[in-house]
Design a protein around this ligand. Structure first.
Ligand code: SF4
Ligand code: SF4
Length: 293
């Protein structure tokens, strides 16, 4: 295959070799570092920003796995790391140094090793589409490789990408999972720091293109407006093609920092109440959370 993608690289915070909740079938999931939302309820705040190489974490690493290179940038020595996550606790910048820089070719090599055990690849985040050129090159590489072209290519996104961005990715992707975090634009702005008009445009565009696999709703009791606006939300979801899955997620405290730690968690009973309300307007089955903590 062409080598022109060799200079395209991505900041990868984690790779999950197998997942059955990030799209259809058994999938390898690549989590990219960086997000353009500032969700109050973020479960992984250390994935929001790219490292600014302040060095605060270097002296705190008990394993000596962090050091400065000749350019005064912080580098992570993966082999030395004990994954204690002390550096994540220390970082005041919503980042972490445990990032691996992958070229498209290196990522394709990794996927080749897993190809007999997976049905596809999902690129997630952070907000994955902030590194769209890498995603397009990766998916293109998968589709052009005889050993990999049986794998489906999915994007997990907050829906903030412009339509022109989705147009560029469309012919290489098989589907997308999109978050709808609230209904009213003011509530969305408050919860994530941005309005939701792009999200609604994304959902509409991908649905029409037959590339919308799943819409996910995060229910935060008393804070999000998805239950207050349940009729509008339900009628909207009902307009989507029958093939689009609806997944209900319950707000929990795991990984959350700041004021949202004082917010009520979504219990099983509360989720069942929300589900019952939504079911008045949505006729397709909706996936419920399996675990409540
Ligand atoms: S997780 Fe961070 S602090 Fe802990 S050993 Fe690895 S690099 Fe060091
Ligand atoms: S990971 Fe955070 S604390 Fe460590 S160098 Fe980067 S910005 Fe500074």
């Amino acid at each position: 295959m062409t080598r022109r993608t060799d200079n395209l690289r991505a900041k990868v915070s984690r790779i999950l070799p197998f997942s059955c909740v990030d799209g259809p079938g058994n999938r390898l999931v690549v989590f990219l570092q960086g997000c353009n939302y500032q969700c109050i309820t973020c479960h992984n705040p250390h994935t929001i920003n790219h490292c600014n190489h302040c060095g605060d974490c270097v002296g705190e690493c008990p394993a000596g796995a962090l050091k400065f290179n000749e350019n005064n940038n912080v580098v992570w020595l993966k082999e030395e790391c004990t994954h204690c996550d002390r550096c994540i606790e220390i970082c005041q910048h919503h980042s972490n140094p445990q990032i691996t820089d992958y070229s498209v070719e290196a990522m394709l090599d990794l996927i080749r090793k897993q190809r007999f055990f997976i049905s596809g690849v999902t690129v997630s985040g952070g907000e994955s589409t902030l590194q769209l050129p890498f995603i397009i090159a990766l998916f293109k590489g998968i589709k052009q490789d005889p050993e990999l072209q049986h794998l489906t290519c999915f994007i997990d996104s907050n829906g903030s990408l412009s339509i022109s961005g989705w147009e560029r990715a469309l012919s290489y992707m098989d589907g997308a999972m999109i978050d709808l975090k609230s209904w009213q634009r003011e509530t969305h702005q408050w919860l994530v720091g941005r309005e939701n008009h792009r999200v609604l445009q994304t959902i509409q565009y991908l649905a029409q293109a037959n590339k919308l696999y799943e819409v996910r709703l995060l229910h935060i009791p008393g804070k999000s407006d998805l239950d207050i606006e349940v009729e509008a939300v339900g009628r909207y979801l009902q307009t989507l093609p029958e093939s689009v899955q609806i997944r209900l997620n319950a707000f929990q405290h795991h990984g959350v920092t700041g004021e949202a730690l004082d917010w009520e968690k979504c219990s099983k009973i509360e989720m069942e109440r929300f589900h019952a309300q939504l079911s008045h307007f949505v006729t397709r089955p909706m996936t419920m959370p399996q675990v409540f903590v």
